[in-house]
Design a protein. Structure first.
Length: 180
């Protein structure tokens, strides 16, 4: 009988440890109305827009920057993953019809030209996985030419963003690309 309880406790503990990443989100969520949370997101973001993920690409010389955290100086060559969006609407910071968003996903370039995936990791563990062809409401930070995902924001798939969109309203159409 004691063995059975010990076994059940052990299995429960192992399952609990296995699920830790699912509960690793350390974002401080305030007890506030949705309107107050959305208004806080607008205030704390540089850009707010909806867009469809067109694809992903890696670029050298760009790193995800966190406030109060220095960039890696380990001498490794890194490329950072960027997400290309087709912008549908924007509410803060006018957006072109296509734009790039910096993520914290990197890969290391080794001298043998072999790619090793790495990650600076989500600081708070609260990033939605972005899927090609899916549309999202994005709360981003940074200047227009270096917008990046905002950890602990209300960024979410469009089908889970109804409350935010009701508060945000109609929004604006993206800027047309300049033609030479």
């Amino acid at each position: 009988m004691i063995r059975r309880y010990f076994f059940l406790i052990l299995v429960g503990a192992l399952l609990g440890f296995a699920s830790v990443p699912a509960f690793a989100c350390l974002c401080p969520y305030a007890q506030a109305s949705v309107a107050d949370m959305v208004n806080g997101e607008i205030e704390g973001s540089s850009a707010v827009f909806t867009g469809k993920v067109l694809g992903f690409e890696y670029r050298k010389g760009i790193l995800f920057e966190r406030p109060g955290q220095s960039l890696p100086t380990d001498g490794q060559d890194r490329e950072t993953m960027l997400v290309r969006f087709e912008v549908d609407r924007w509410w803060k910071m006018p957006q072109p019809s296509e734009m790039l968003l910096i993520t914290d996903q990197t890969r290391l370039l080794q001298p043998s030209d072999t790619m090793l995936l790495s990650s600076q990791g989500s600081f708070f563990g609260c990033i939605y996985p972005l899927v090609r062809g899916s549309t999202y409401l994005i709360y981003a930070s940074g200047p227009a030419d270096r917008l990046q995902y905002r950890p602990c924001s209300r960024t979410r798939p469009i089908d889970k963003a109804k409350d935010d969109l009701d508060i945000l309203g109609k929004g604006n159409k993206p800027r047309k690309p300049k033609t030479d």
